[in-house]
Design a protein around this ligand. Structure first.
Ligand SMILES: Nc1ncnc2c1ncn2[C@@H]1O[C@H](COP(=O)(O)OP(=O)(O)OP(=O)(O)O)[C@@H](O)[C@H]1O
Ligand SMILES: [Mg+2]
Length: 242
């Protein structure tokens, strides 16, 4: 992943990038199999911190936008540890928190990115505690206002176990993708996170196994990412794409 950001950690990515085909496959599957009938809000989360949520949400958003003629928006829903403004080199001020606190209008917080058809809403700055700010109806209403402009609305969410904000966002999203960093998080912790998500009533649409190179046997070492649907049983091995 280090070779895909410049020295400031800002994304450098185009259709020729080594991971484009991985994320394009993920996007195609989402569109083809899971998401239709007006479903378009996807939250990316993980059981614990540092498993690759921001990375996966960002590359999925960039790839989808580059591959399509529709518009996409990426929202920083991690109000405690926002990162997207840094990765996309944007000003953090004026974002999700500011709309939820009625300090800004929606049109004021939608940023263009260097990537064609991709917009971004930063986390903004909040006075309230994130869980209090992310009120169910208000946040839902906000997403409903932008729903028809975008093909997909991707939310870079907080982790599940340490904070409850992500369960609130999971209730609001149409589906959740869980990122699991290979070899890092104990199975019991992952199971607990999945249980919490399912109790919140959200639709788990898949699991991305991140950074598989370090832990999987050689015959799996073709990709940084593996994606599985929670509703299917077969495992798929991706072709070399780097
Ligand atoms: N597949 C990968 N290969 C190499 N580095 C990676 C990979 N995925 C993520 N990283 C790196 O790991 C670090 C954590 O990733 P990232 O910020 O995406 O995780 P996160 O789950 O959003 O973390 P947080 O819980 O702090 O928000 C970053 O420095 C990122 O560049
Ligand atoms: Mg993050």
């Amino acid at each position: 992943m280090h070779n895909k950001t410049n020295s400031n950690g800002v994304y450098q990515y185009d259709e020729n990038s080594p991971y484009f085909s991985d994320f394009y496959q993920l996007y195609s599957k989402l569109i083809a199999r899971d998401f239709g009938d007006g479903k378009k809000v996807i939250m990316v989360t993980s059981a614990t911190e540092g498993e690759g949520k921001t990375t996966v949400a960002s590359y999925l958003a960039i790839t989808s936008a580059l591959a399509s003629s529709d518009y996409f928006v990426l929202i920083d829903g991690d109000l405690r540890k926002p990162m997207l403004h840094k990765r996309f080199k944007l000003n953090r001020d004026g974002g999700l928190s500011d709309i939820l606190m009625n300090k800004k209008r929606l049109t004021e917080v939608i940023n263009k990115t260097p990537f064609r058809n991709l917009h971004l809403i930063t986390a903004g700055r909040n006075d309230d505690k994130p869980f209090q700010l992310l009120r169910l109806n208000e946040t839902k209403e906000l997403l409903d206002r932008i729903r028809h402009y975008y093909k997909l609305i991707l939310i870079d969410g907080p982790p599940i176990i340490p904070v409850s904000d992500s369960l609130r966002l999971a209730q609001i999203a149409d589906g959740v993708i869980m990122v699991v960093k290979a070899g890092k998080t104990p199975r019991t912790v992952i199971k607990r996170a999945i249980q919490l998500l399912s109790e919140s009533g959200c639709q788990m649409i898949g699991v991305v196994l991140n950074d598989t190179q370090k832990v999987l046997p050689y015959y799996y070492q073709h990709s940084y990412y593996r994606y599985e649907y929670s509703t299917t049983t077969h495992n798929r091995q991706r072709k070399e794409s780097r």
